[in-house]
Design a protein around this ligand. Structure first.
Ligand code: FE2
Length: 344
């Protein structure tokens, strides 16, 4: 009897210790992700990663500039292991501020083409989006459209909508112009565009499409994936808007359509580098890339994965051929120029 109790207690202690160890291990392996992405589908992917690996993912959401400031202030004490941001410029800024670390992973290198990752392997693209012209086919013929620059022509007076210059998507669009065309041409572009605004910028990208639908304007500059999200929205009006409007890829015969990426990086002071690398390997894998493509209507960075059917239906396009880091290099100048030229 005593022997039995002894064996039982050894067994139970063993079980308890194993449980504790596992618990501690899981906790220690948990990842903290700082992200500025605001899409529900990201959480689905994070949950899938946890299910597959047992590694928990804690998410901290805030604006990109706030997250960068936070990483700077927290220094070595930061809880963040992974930094995700929907802008190559901000990824570059984080690198320049010494907030990231280089990652050597054959898996990631195979998943992400060279033009969508940092030369020093400090950040990696996850998804691509294009900033396009969306138009109402009843009021605009595709033949009337050509370039972003053409939207400064007097024929577009009072017909153009785009959101505020405080928005990172527009800052990066203008940063790309500074990289390609230089300051003086970019300044003229901004001034000409502002002169043709149908209204003082307000709302988000979807609101620009809705303004075109409502007849407040005829063309909008906005990101591609919002057309996909609206086409599949639970709001019937958004479906109507997406079905009525058309996507145009500007600058196909000149400098290419402006694209930007969302990307991920391992923070300099991560305590869980191996787990963080595994996380980025997962996010760039075909399975995760397919979910990005299908659920959030972004172009996958992984060339083995097809874009969503709707995106495929818009056809291929030529993107701007600039180092994406230029979006960071010229971000500040872009903001100043937009402010000086009256883009609210
Ligand atoms: Fe967005």
């Amino acid at each position: 009897m005593n022997k039995f109790i002894l064996i039982l207690s050894v067994f139970l202690t063993g079980l308890l210790l194993t449980g504790c160890t596992l618990g501690v291990e899981n906790d220690e392996r948990a990842l903290t992700v700082y992200t500025d992405r605001h899409y529900d589908t990201d959480q689905e992917l994070f949950d899938q990663f946890t299910e597959e690996t047992g590694i928990a993912v804690n998410v901290v959401k805030a604006g990109s500039d706030e997250l960068i400031n936070r990483l700077r202030t927290e220094g070595a004490d930061t809880a963040a292991d992974v930094f995700i941001v929907a802008d190559a410029g901000r990824l570059h800024q984080a690198k320049e501020n010494d907030l990231l670390q280089a990652v050597e992973s054959d898996v990631i290198t195979a998943n992400v083409p060279a033009n969508y990752r940092d030369v020093d392997n400090q950040w990696f693209g996850l998804t691509v989006r294009a900033r396009v012209i969306v138009f109402h086919p009843d009021r605009v013929s595709e033949d009337d459209l050509s370039t972003y620059e053409d939207l400064t022509d007097p024929k577009w007076n009072g017909r153009v909508v785009v959101r505020s210059s405080a928005n990172i998507y527009n800052q990066s669009l203008i940063a790309s112009f500074l990289s390609i065309n230089g300051e003086s041409a970019t300044r003229s572009f901004i001034a000409g565009l502002v002169a043709n605004f149908a209204r003082t910028p307000e709302g988000n990208d979807r609101d620009q499409a809705k303004a075109v639908m409502a007849g407040l304007a005829d063309v909008a500059i906005m990101n591609t994936y919002y057309m996909g999200k609206m086409a599949n929205s639970s709001d019937p009006y958004e479906v109507e808007v997406a079905n009525a409007l058309r996507v145009f890829f500007p600058n196909q015969d000149t400098t290419g359509t402006h694209v930007n990426i969302s990307g991920a990086a391992v923070t300099k002071h991560s305590d869980n580098v191996a787990e963080a690398v595994a996380f980025i390997e997962f996010l760039t894998s075909p399975t995760a890339q397919a979910l990005f493509a299908e659920a959030n209507y972004e172009y996958p960075v992984n060339p083995d994965v097809d874009a969503a059917e709707l995106l495929e239906s818009w056809g291929d396009f030529i993107a701007q051929d600039i180092p994406l880091t230029d979006l960071g290099t010229f971000a500040q100048e872009a903001t100043i120029l937009m402010d000086e030229e009256g883009w609210n």
